[in-house]
Write a protein of this length. Structure first.
Length: 154
């Protein structure tokens, strides 16, 4: 790669010393209360995304709940979980571009509330095509697109 930029797969594989567990302190207590939080490793997020089968979906909120349970903490960091799902999606597209067939099905991972993530590879058009092909009904509200009947508690 030019100028030493990491590929998406390299970014996904770089755990940067994660996961890390810490106390919820300072300004974070306003949103999350007290207790403990995990900052997951990128591959932990990808591993959950990989397990979502055709016809099934998961939200970032559900991924966070699974990771919090796995690590025995109160909450999982929403910011890093979202970033790592985005990295996993781009790494999956790198895999597809290299001819790999068994890629992370990132289109099955939705934002909180069942919204499609327009920052995933190919944008909304790619996600809509893939989700409709798997039998999901989509609802457009303004510029945002949601999968019908999907919600989570965030």
């Amino acid at each position: 790669m030019a100028k030493g930029r990491k590929s998406w797969r390299e970014k996904l594989a770089d755990d940067k010393g994660l996961p890390k567990i810490g106390r919820i302190e300072g300004k974070m207590t306003t949103r999350w209360g007290t207790g403990t939080m995990v900052v997951p490793a990128p591959r932990e997020v990808d591993a959950i995304m990989k397990r979502i089968r055709p016809g099934k979906l998961i939200t970032i909120g559900e991924i966070r709940a699974r990771l919090a349970k796995k690590h025995g903490v109160d909450v999982c960091c929403p910011i890093t979980t979202g970033i790592f799902s985005w990295i996993a999606a781009h790494a999956a597209e790198e895999d597809a571009a290299d001819g790999r067939k068994n890629i992370t099905p990132y289109w099955r991972t939705l934002k909180t509330g069942g919204e499609l993530n327009p920052k995933y590879p190919g944008g909304l058009e790619n996600l809509k095509r893939r989700l409709r092909a798997e039998g999901h009904k989509l609802i457009t509200r303004g510029n945002r697109v949601f999968v019908e009947g999907v919600a989570d508690s965030e």
